[in-house]
Design a protein around this ligand. Structure first.
Ligand SMILES: [Zn+2]
Length: 94
């Protein structure tokens, strides 16, 4: 479980995501499949809000150790956009 606090927590991960440019597929709100286009490695990232704090989980080695990885950074970017859209629509969870 990775606690998403400030932007600095994800700074390195975001920088890596910008370099790697992984493909993010939305499974449903809060669940994403992140694929490294080069290696084809695929990981599942989940995002959730608990007690007003944001948490994320990733199935990769770093993510399972609670380290912010670029998969989380990439998925969090998509998650924020979707969350903003959901605020104005009535889209439901899957
Ligand atoms: Zn990861």
């Amino acid at each position: 479980m990775i606690r998403l606090t400030t932007a600095t927590t994800l700074q390195n991960a975001i920088a890596k995501a910008r370099t790697v440019k992984p493909f993010v597929r939305v499974n449903c709100f809060g669940s994403y499949t992140v694929t490294n286009r080069k290696t084809g490695a695929t990981y599942t990232v989940t995002c959730e809000k608990r007690d007003g704090e944001r948490f994320a989980d990733c199935s990769c080695n770093a993510g399972t150790r609670g380290q912010a990885c670029y998969h989380v950074a990439a998925a969090a970017g998509a998650h924020i956009v979707i969350a903003a859209e959901r605020a104005t629509t009535t889209a439901s969870n899957c």
